[in-house]
Design a protein around this ligand. Structure first.
Ligand code: PMP
Length: 363
């Protein structure tokens, strides 16, 4: 129990946990932003103040991820799913195929979406093991236009921390659930995107990092808001951008800066996730879903001995202020999502709870 804590430990997969201090700042800024007498939601997206805020947010993301000058940053609407459409719309080439590395449910969805309107090829899949592991090899199509993979598979709880090696083929990564959780080499990517609501801030905006030379691939008749080049040329302000999410992302990025950047985020994620995985491995009552070598440091999926005990675990955890720990409906069991902002104390509280639960319910 952590009855002393006013706010719950929130294990949901996203929209996810915010640092307490960021929530407090947001409360203030909703009323009066930077002494202007305007709440942050009341500022025009065309006001210099907002343009400054947007620039600041973009600069922060660039610095935190060490994004090279060869790459542009777009703030897009439509979530991660929007990019499932925009990637093939913008990167397809006549007579070429989009290649998809399908190691999770969202990767499968990305492939299914691409296939609706462009040639798409499954380079590898681990669907047969319910995505418990990351495929160890892949086979490319004859003429790959790009290679899409998901660095962290949110639903099943696996993570691919090493980029697939695909030579000159533009590498596209859905980093929705592990962006900023470790240093990465952005220069290796053609496109890297992440919806905000896990590691970046409020739901409603998606960061898309695009290598500049790829911007010219898009056909001229693409819907205007779907066109990376248009968004770049207009600094993501072609139309009214979701202003509050941008503000929220900036606050979260400031928090990441204050807390040591991606290297420290990585250290914390290792510490938090190891605590829980080590406990699972020492207690046969619990069974992890992901193959050990492919385990995610962000989303930890596990089971009790029976589905009935899973249901009871979720109910009792909720009552103990450990919220949102039910697994995704496609997998069942439990999923503890612990993104950047998630405190170590929350992981400790979970382990403590797991210990008590297994003692009470062991056969
Ligand atoms: N990709 C991944 C890896 C995700 O985890 C999610 C959502 N949880 C999505 C894409 C879809 O994002 P959205 O709901 O913003 O469309």
């Amino acid at each position: 129990m952590n009855a002393h804590r006013e706010r719950a430990y929130n294990f949901t997969a996203g929209p996810a946990y915010f640092p307490d201090e960021v929530i407090r700042t947001i409360q203030n800024d909703l009323y009066d932003f930077r002494g202007t007498g305007l709440g942050v939601m009341e500022i025009s997206h065309r006001a210099p103040l907002f343009e400054e805020l947007l620039d600041e947010t973009t600069r922060r993301l660039r610095a935190l991820l060490a994004i090279p000058a060869s790459h542009e940053i777009i703030w897009a609407t439509g979530g991660g799913t929007g990019q499932f459409s925009m990637v093939p719309m913008n990167l397809s080439l006549p007579g070429h195929e989009g290649n998809y590395f399908v190691a999770g449910v969202w990767a499968e969805k990305a492939y299914q979406e691409a296939k609706r309107f462009s040639p798409a090829h499954v380079a590898a899949t681990s669907a047969e093991s319910r995505f418990a592991s990351i495929p160890k090899s892949f086979s490319l199509s004859a003429k790959p236009a790009f290679f899409h993979y998901t660095s962290n598979n949110t639903i099943v709880g696996t993570q691919q921390r090493e980029e697939p090696s695909v030579g000159e083929i533009p590498l596209v990564c859905d980093a929705s659930s592990d962006i900023l959780s470790r240093p990465i080499d952005v220069a290796k990517y053609g496109v890297l995107y992440a919806c905000a609501q896990k590691n970046l801030g409020p739901a409603g905006i998606t960061a898309v990092i695009v290598r500049r030379d790829l911007l010219d691939r898009a056909p001229a008749d693409l819907p205007i808001l779907m066109t990376y080049k248009v968004l770049v040329e207009n600094k993501s302000l072609y139309n009214t951008i979701p202003t509050f999410p941008i503000y929220g992302v900036n606050e979260v990025l400031k928090w990441v800066e204050r807390n040591g950047g991606t290297a420290e985020m990585e250290r914390r994620s290792i510490e938090r996730s190891s605590l829980v995985y080590e406990f699972i491995d020492r207690h046969s009552f619990y069974r992890g879903h992901a193959e050990k070598s492919d385990r995610s440091r962000m989303n930890l999926s596990f089971f009790c001995p029976t589905p009935q005990l899973d249901a009871l675990f979720i109910k009792e955890a909720e009552a103990a202020n450990l919220k949102g720990i039910a697994g995704h409906k496609l997998l069942g069991g439990m999923r503890a999502s612990m993104y950047n902002a998630f405190p170590l104390e929350g992981a400790k509280a979970l382990v403590e709870f797991m210990k008590g639960f297994s003692e009470r319910h062991a056969q």
